[in-house]
Design a protein around this ligand. Structure first.
Ligand code: NAD
Length: 474
């Protein structure tokens, strides 16, 4: 059974829920179902642990963070398989990219925390001002179900390295790897109470956590709807909101065609299309549009769909039956809206042991009008919308005609156009002639309905540290 981790101890609740394997809907684990009582206990433990943890030299905390990173690295095969069983994310991704990246998160923020340099200003009125960075206190870390281990560590690492204590709430759909993270944190020597985990549903567990008066900061990753709700419920706290997206992937007729095609396929079908930064609206210039639709469709039709534990699988199942139904609903809607399906549209034919999974065939919609619902709503599955455009101005107008602004991708060999698009696209991140390649020093986050705040590098100070000014008269 997966239990909570509160004050260094595994704790049960009276009730439990099941975590299911998306590939066959068999139970992977019984999970303790937390509520207000468990949240209160976890926040209290984090509050009591805070002074001791914050008072440690940064280098000592960093040593423990590095140790945790090493333990993750030593356990990559076990963690990757667990994540794949719990989420349906394919093993090729969890083993090679997502779990190793979690270890990097700890190593990166361990080093950053040792160099939290402030500024100083000497004025000619005889005053010296200097800034210092202090930890915030107890932080609520809330994770979604897509890439949960990577996301949990992306929050936990800066939070703890900078001297805060934490209560982590995973999605009820993907609790397993966080449970191992808690165990590894204790094994690394992180003191009891510094890192707590409470499992449960959003309304029962998430709400009491974000409302709790002793929680000083919230780092949330999830949907725009939930993000809005939390901002209204939480009261005066620090926030980072990493929310949904409908990112444009723009291919001009002067692009390196084959590289753009490869990246377009990768950015919508990897991670089963359940990716916040997915290039889900593929805008293609008229001159190459018909060829691109044909070539993209051919690539989509060759993707191997099936058992996520098979290293050759590219597209696995959707996280839950409800989410599968949501994606299928959008496929029906796209048909009704008049978009043209060039591949997919149903469920794949799979062997008997996978029949009960949450499957959706990779599905390509061509000739999409950007005002259609399938182009405006985040489908969060392997369902791209291909949209033709005529000129650079058209491309920019269509790219920005969305409530979201998380990521974007621009493919062109023209330097001037690349720079103009880089400036004009309304998004937190623009990748030029590149798929989404993360450098942990870059600010990660979105604009408009995709969120507020940035995480990564010193940008994580926004949510996990307070700047204090000290003014000395001399
Ligand atoms: P969700 O909003 O349904 O849930 C996210 C988390 O919030 C879960 O742990 C859930 O239990 C919790 N929650 C729900 N209601 C709550 C409440 N009232 N108070 C506190 N917590 C509550 O999102 P999801 O379906 O798990 O994840 C998919 C979404 O996450 C997509 O929209 C995706 O784009 C987004 N996402 C964004 C990023 C990013 O970095 N911008 C990264 C990954 C996923």
């Amino acid at each position: 059974m997966i239990k909570h981790l509160i004050n260094g101890k595994k704790v049960e609740s009276r009730e439990t829920f099941e975590s299911l394997n998306p590939a066959n809907n068999e139970t992977v684990a019984e999970v303790a179902r937390g509520g207000e009582a468990e949240i209160n206990a976890a926040v209290q433990a984090a509050k009591e642990a805070f002074p001791g943890w914050a008072g440690k030299p940064a280098a000592e905390r960093a040593k423990l963070m590095h140790r945790l990173g090493e333990l993750i690295t030593q356990n990559v095969p076990e963690l990757a398989e667990m994540e794949t069983r719990d989420t349906g994310q394919v093993i090729g991704q969890t083993k090679k990219a997502l779990v190793p990246r979690a270890a990097d998160n700890f190593h990166f923020f361990a080093e950053l925390a040792k160099h939290m340099d402030g500024e100083s200003y000497q004025s000619d009125t005889g005053h010296l001002n200097y800034t210092m960075w202090n930890p915030v206190g107890v932080c609520a870390l809330i994770s979604p179900w897509n890439v949960p281990f990577m996301t949990a560590t992306w929050k936990t690492a800066p939070c703890l390295a900078l001297g805060n204590t934490a209560v982590l709430k995973m999605s009820e759909l993907s609790p397993m790897t966080a449970d191992r993270l808690g165990e590894l944190a204790l094994e690394a020597g992180i003191p009891a109470g510094v890192f707590n985990i409470v499992h449960g549903y959003g309304a029962e567990t998430g709400e009491p956590l974000v409302r709790h008066p002793d929680v000083r900061s919230i780092s949330f990753t999830g949907s725009t709807v939930t993000g809005n709700r939390i901002v209204q419920q939480a009261g005066l706290k620090k926030f980072s909101m990493e929310l949904g997206g409908k990112s444009p992937f723009i291919v001009f007729d002067d692009a390196d065609y084959e590289r753009a095609l490869d990246a377009a396929v990768f950015m919508i079908f990897s991670n089963n299309g359940e990716r916040c930064t997915a290039g889900s609206r593929i805008l293609v210039q008229r001159g190459i549009y018909d060829k691109f639709v044909a070539d993209f469709t051919a690539r989509a039709s060759r993707l191997s769909v099936g058992d996520p534990l098979d290293p050759n699988t590219i597209v696995g199942p959707m996280i839950s039956r409800d989410h599968q139904k949501k994606v299928m609903h959008y496929i029906e809607l796209g048909r009704k809206e008049g978009a043209r399906i060039t591949f997919g549209g149903g469920t794949p034919d799979l062997p008997a042991h996978l029949k009960n999974g949450n499957w959706v065939q990779p599905t390509v919609f061509a000739d999409v009008d950007n005002r259609m619902k399938i182009a405006q709503d985040e489908i969060f599955g392997p369902v791209p919308c291909l949209i033709p455009f005529a000129t650079e101005e058209d491309a920019l107008r269509i790219a920005n005609d969305t409530q979201y602004g998380l990521s974007s991708y621009v493919w062109t060999e023209s330097t001037g156009r690349a720079l103009r698009m880089g400036k004009g696209v309304e998004a937190g991140m623009v990748f030029i002639n590149s798929q989404n390649v993360r450098d942990l020093r870059q600010p990660f986050g979105g604009v408009k309905a995709s969120g507020t705040g940035r995480e990564g590098n010193h940008y994580s100070f926004e949510v996990f540290a307070e700047a204090k000014n000290v003014c000395v008269s001399y």
